[in-house]
Design a protein around this ligand. Structure first.
Ligand SMILES: *Cc1c(COP(=O)(O)O)cnc(C)c1O
Length: 358
């Protein structure tokens, strides 16, 4: 660090390192099963006739189409640069730096804590129980927390959160905190959404994204669903032009009535393939399936997880090491890919197991 940076850098940033996203960790490789992306690549059209103009802050057609897709009203929808920006906006709008806290339930998605830390907001932690269920009593007893993040289905455990548990937290926190239910993977377990409950809970916030089931991780487009008062508060902190025009055009096409059957079809195929992949993995020597499979990935453990990971990476098969997460020793997470990719993963893992058995 240079002297001037050392002198001026915000104190809360000194200890932080840039987020190790899947794409930063590995750039090579042929099979990318490390970031829970979709294996499908769909085709879109671009109209370049208005690119000289600034885009709408909240492109109306995108908001309306997402609202009707999610069965909510347009004034309950905010569109942002991925769900990650939704997390950031919630923290900036509802947590005072140096004073307020968020609550997370690890092992879970890393960006809640990172966004809090970069904004000098405190992070309280109530770990999931051994079976990865929510520690409801401890969550409800927490003090001085403005936002409670609950990831459902949870990344990286793939477990779903009991509806009764979320209801209990929503009610206990009714006049204390917003409860943010991260539904990044909800399409893979669609009937468990909380979107239908928005009208009943002024403190319920739901995060959604086009990055996973919609196969548009490269687009950077996500949604926050909540009662209008919350959405209006977030509009106070969002940038004036957060959604580039090409992003709005593609999101609009992805959310059109004609495109939605393709989404449901691809989700069905991924869910079926997930079943096969889970069974194949479970049949391998010393492999244990960990958590559940309500999303588009499978978490498993093996005593030689580190060596297996190295073997796969050396073969261009990228998966994600989760062994540093709380309670996930020796755990690896693999995204459901194409049938060919999943078969290759199983074949390579078999090869590795045969080598170490000798
Ligand atoms: C991938 C993911 C996100 C981020 O979604 P983007 O829209 O790509 O920013 C948010 N939450 C969870 C749990 C995720 O796994």
């Amino acid at each position: 660090m240079s002297a001037i940076v050392e002198k001026l850098l915000n104190r809360n940033l000194a200890e932080l390192t840039p987020y190790e996203s899947a794409r930063r960790l590995f750039s090579g490789g042929q099979d990318w099963l490390n970031a829970n992306e979709s294996p499908y690549n769909n085709i879109y059209q671009l109209d370049d006739s208005t690119l000289n103009r600034y885009p709408a802050c909240q492109p109306e057609d995108v908001v309306q189409r997402y609202a009707s897709y999610a069965n909510v009203s347009s004034d309950q929808v905010l569109v942002s640069r991925g769900a990650d920006e939704g997390i950031e906006l919630l923290i900036r709008a509802f947590c005072q730096p140096g004073r307020d806290n968020i609550l997370i339930c690890p092992p879970t998605y890393g960006m809640y804590a990172i966004s809090a830390q970069t904004n000098n907001v405190g992070v309280q932690s109530v770990p999931l129980k051994n079976d990865f269920s929510l520690d409801v009593d401890a969550v409800c007893q927490s003090q001085n927390v403005n936002l409670v993040f609950i990831c459902a289905p949870n990344n990286p455990t793939g477990t779903q959160v009991a509806r009764e548990d979320i209801k209990t937290v929503l009610e206990a926190m009714a006049d204390k905190a917003l409860v943010v239910v991260d539904e990044a993977y909800i399409e893979f377990d669609a009937h468990n959404t909380w979107a239908t409950e928005l009208a009943h809970y002024p403190n319920l916030v739901i995060l959604r994204t086009l990055s996973k089931a919609f196969a548009l991780a490269g687009l950077r487009c996500g949604f926050t669903l909540a009662q209008p008062a919350v959405i209006q508060a977030l509009l106070k902190v969002i940038a004036p032009y957060p959604i580039p025009e090409p992003v709005a055009q593609i999101a609009e096409q992805a959310l059109s009535i004609e495109a939605l059957p393709r989404l449901y079809d691809q989700v069905g195929q991924i869910n079926a393939e997930k079943q096969r992949l889970t069974e194949s993995l479970a049949g391998l020597q010393n492999v244990e399936i960990v958590g559940a499979q309500y999303a588009n990935f499978v978490l498993f453990s093996h005593p030689l997880a580190k060596e297996l990971m190295q073997y796969l990476v050396a073969s261009g098969m990228l998966i994600r090491d989760q062994s540093k997460q709380l309670g996930l020793q020796n755990c690896l997470r693999v995204t459901v890919g194409t049938p060919e990719q999943n078969q290759r993963l199983i074949a390579l893992t078999n090869e590795f197991l045969n080598e170490v058995a000798q």
